[in-house]
Design a protein around this ligand. Structure first.
Ligand code: GTP
Ligand code: MG
Length: 110
C-alpha cells in the first residue's frame, strides 16, 4: 500500500510561467528518454498510470507536476537525448528543463 494514496496530477507545464507556486518540497525526475522516469513515479505512488509511460522514447512531452500531499510534489520531465518527437517540440525542452533546475537550486525545493 502506497503512503501516497492522495497523489494526484496537478498540471502539465509547457513554460516556466505555468509552474505551480514555488512552495514546499519538490523532487524532479530528469534523465534520458525511456529510462523509466514516469514508471518510477508510478512505482512510488503504486499506481499503474498516474504518470503516462510508453515503450517508445519521447512519451513525456511537458513538465507534469503531481501532488503527493499538500506542498509535496513530484515532477516528471521529458527525457533528453533521442526522442521520437518533432524537432519543434524538442527545441522547447532544454530551456524548460533548465528553468526547473534553476528553481530547484533556489533552495525552495528539494
Ligand atoms: N525492465 C524494466 N523496464 C522498465 C523499468 N522501468 C520502466 N521500464 C520500461 O521502460 C519503458 C519506458 O518507461 P517510461 O517510464 O515511459 O520512461 P521515461 O523515462 O518516462 O521516458 P520519456 O518520457 O520518453 O522520457 C517502458 O516500456 C517501461 O515499461 C524497469 O525498472 N525495468
Ligand atoms: Mg516519461
Amino acid at each position: 500500500m502506497s503512503r501516497f494514496h492522495e497523489a494526484r496530477f496537478l498540471i502539465s507545464a509547457a513554460a516556466p510561467a505555468q509552474f505551480p507556486p514555488d512552495a514546499g518540497a519538490e523532487v524532479a525526475f530528469v534523465g534520458r528518454s525511456n529510462v523509466g522516469k514516469s514508471s518510477a513515479i508510478n512505482a512510488i505512488v503504486q499506481r499503474r498510470a498516474l504518470a503516462r509511460t510508453s515503450k517508445t522514447p519521447g512519451r513525456t512531452r511537458l513538465l507534469n507536476f503531481f501532488e503527493l500531499a499538500p506542498l509535496k510534489r513530484l515532477v516528471d520531465l521529458p527525457g533528453y537525448g533521442y526522442a521520437n518527437v518533432p524537432q519543434v517540440a524538442r527545441r522547447a525542452w532544454p530551456p524548460l528543463i533548465d528553468a526547473c533546475a534553476r528553481a530547484h537550486r533556489s533552495g525552495a525545493c528539494s
